[in-house]
Design a protein around this ligand. Structure first.
Ligand code: GTP
Ligand code: MG
Length: 230
């Protein structure tokens, strides 16, 4: 699935919606823009010459924490579909090779993953393919995987062909979009596409992670959960 459309904000909550919670992990080589995509999606911000990762602040309306020992940041964001509010628990991992062995801790039990490469860096595309292979071998069998060709605003420095990436995604049943955390192109769209593809029909009890590959339906749980919607 490909789209080059413009950005939209996550849409508003509908009263009476079922609320489903999913764990999503971002993987990919260092500096491809994983943290920037999360920052754009959750806060609508972009920092040009700054890597943003571990030092996130706690704010009143979003859950955010960092784990300096484990080298990942955790944030939440909700998107609202017609009859379901999807709450993403987003784990943004560090891409440096020395942290690779920690990755299973984050993708284990994840219902969705975004594997990111930089369209100006061919090596990062090869690395992304390795992440996809690893997820296919070791993550939950029903995990929804999206491939993000980030830094699409740098098309004049393109090193990875769009059609090649699209074909690879089709062959591996991945969602695929070229994105730009800088311009926000397709950032909300890729999360929305994942939200639409996630299975929401078989609710689990809130607070458990036993439903591998399924969401946790929070509709019947606390008002606090509901108040986090959009
Ligand atoms: P690690 O945390 O080391 O794994 O890197 P990362 O994948 O989280 O990359 P990060 O978001 O820190 O971005 C790396 C650099 O790329 C920063 O200077 C960003 O400003 C820049 N960057 C990120 N996304 C984009 C984009 O869409 N377009 C452009 N032009 N630059 C981007
Ligand atoms: Mg980062």
């Amino acid at each position: 699935m490909a789209s080059r459309g413009g950005a939209t904000r996550p849409n508003g909550a509908n009263a009476g919606n079922k609320i489903c919670q999913f764990k999503l992990v971002l993987l990919g080589e260092s500096a491809v823009g994983k943290s920037s995509l999360v920052l754009r999606f959750v806060k609508g911000q972009f920092h040009e010459f700054q890597t943003w990762n571990m030092d996130v602040e706690v704010t009143s309306d979003r859950t955010e924490k960092s784990d300096n020992n484990l080298k990942a940041a955790f944030l939440t964001q909700t998107v609202c579909l017609d009859d379901t509010t999807v709450k993403f628990e987003i784990w943004d991992t560090a891409g440096q090779e020395r942290y690779h062995s920690l990755a299973p801790m984050y993708y284990r039990g994840a219902q969705a993953a975004i594997v990111v490469y930089d369209i100006t860096n061919e090596e990062s595309f090869a690395r992304a393919k390795n992440w996809v292979k690893e997820l296919q071998r070791q993550a939950s069998p029903n995990i929804v995987i999206a491939l993000s060709g980030n830094k699409a605003d740098l098309a004049n420095k393109r090193a990875v062909d769009y059609q090649e990436a699209q074909s690879y995604a089709d062959d591996n049943s991945l969602l695929f979009m070229e994105t730009s955390a800088k311009t926000s192109m397709n950032v909300n769209e890729i999360f929305m596409a994942i939200a639409k593809k996630l299975p929401k029909n078989e609710p689990q009890s809130a607070g458990t992670n036993s439903g591998r590959g399924r969401g946790v339906d929070l509709t019947e749980t606390t008002q606090q959960s509901k108040s986090q919607c959009c």
